[in-house]
Design a protein. Structure first.
Length: 363
């Protein structure tokens, strides 16, 4: 059974379609979706269900209270991001255009100040503020409490394990990567044209994603050669008329995303923040494309520099330009990296990942 909050676009749209098990939703509005109400309503719903096992998935700033609501039951928690360490923007641990070296348990006053000063970019910031209705000392106690009872916490990369290890005992940190449907994200017919397509997808208006670095690198590359185009997919992209190489692809749906990768030659993930995993990179690799990515976070787990792609220091447009030039110059290297990328992605195919969940949950 899936138990999810329901208000606006959060927590339920898309969950029901194609599922072979029951979905229960807990109604909220924008006023009562706060820490005390989430704790009370989830606790009541879970007690009515009386489950044998609970797996807590996404929760953002409300996650500590969802975990506490499960006390008394065998509970596992999947840590999607830094949601127990950072209250800002879906737990980004990103401030002043750099990876933040603090966390809420170590320095709550600093984190609350960051939250109040942080640009209100998304619904997650407002959710975080509602999570602090009970005040930040109470929120800190809630996080400390929610860390005590679960059987295990699931992280998706070695970097995430390092970030959470000061707060969670190593024996309760299970590393299970995100899975990929390698039958959907699969190679297609290779491109046969003279112009190389460099592709990037994501939150184009989010400074953490590093799009300006990619644009700057492409400008440097354009001064050297004119045989490429940069295609960017995402909402909010404002294509500059003075950049002849830039193509605004707009928003591409999940259904059409595999074909967008297949029609590209190189995929770039220029993130400045430490991606907990890096799903865009893995999807592109599943489609047999070389990936050039920042050397941060979970991106270092499956991108092997010089074998299936390239790494570059986050924010360094000059080094990104050098990596792109190397791949634009050599179709043979792109194909060789692409084959290696596909082979690596197959290690993350769902039939290989699911048994690791089953083994953990059956303990």
């Amino acid at each position: 059974m899936l138990l999810a909050p329901r208000y606006g676009f959060r927590g339920w749209i898309g969950y029901r379609k194609g599922l072979k098990f029951e979905v229960k939703t807990i109604p909220f509005d924008k006023v009562d979706f706060s820490a005390p109400t989430v704790l009370r309503r989830f606790r009541s719903a879970i007690r009515r269900i009386d489950p044998d096992l609970v797996l807590v998935g996404n929760g953002n700033a409300m996650k500590p209270f969802m975990i506490i609501a499960c006390e008394g039951y065998k509970t596992f928690v999947r840590l999607y991001s830094y949601e127990l360490l950072c209250p800002v923007s879906h737990g980004l641990l990103f401030n002043s255009n750099r990876v933040c070296d603090s966390d809420f348990l170590a320095d709550p006053i600093r984190c609350v100040g960051c939250l109040l000063r942080h640009p209100q970019r998304s619904v997650y910031d407002r959710e975080a503020l509602r999570g602090f209705v009970v005040s930040y000392p109470t929120h800190k106690r809630a996080i400390q409490r929610c860390l005590a009872s679960p059987e295990a916490f699931i992280v998706t990369s070695r970097y995430m394990r390092r970030r959470y290890s000061p707060s969670i005992e190593p024996e309760r940190l299970a590393m299970i990567p995100s899975g990929l449907d390698c039958s959907r994200f699969a190679p297609g017919e290779s491109n046969d044209h003279d112009t190389v397509t460099i592709f990037s997808a994501g939150r184009v208006d989010d400074p953490a994603k590093g799009l300006p670095t990619l644009v700057d690198a492409s400008e440097l590359l354009w001064k050297k050669r004119k045989d490429f185009r940069l295609r960017i997919a995402g909402r909010g992209m404002k294509a500059r008329a003075d950049l002849p190489f830039l193509v605004d692809a707009g928003w591409i749906s999940e259904r059409k995303l595999p074909s967008a990768y297949v029609s590209s030659d190189i995929v770039v993930v220029p993130s400045i923040w430490a991606e907990p995993f890096g799903m865009v990179a893995l999807e592109a690799m599943g489609c047999g494309k070389p990936v050039v990515a920042s050397k941060v976070g979970g991106l270092t787990d499956f991108i092997m520099h010089g074998r299936n792609g390239y790494h570059f220091p986050p924010g360094r447009a000059d080094e990104l330009c050098q990596a792109l030039e190397d791949l634009v110059e050599s179709p043979r290297r792109r194909k060789r990296f692409g084959r290696a990328a596909r082979n690596k992605a197959l290690q993350y195919d769902w039939p290989r990942v699911i048994p690791r969940y089953l083994e953990l949950l059956s303990c």
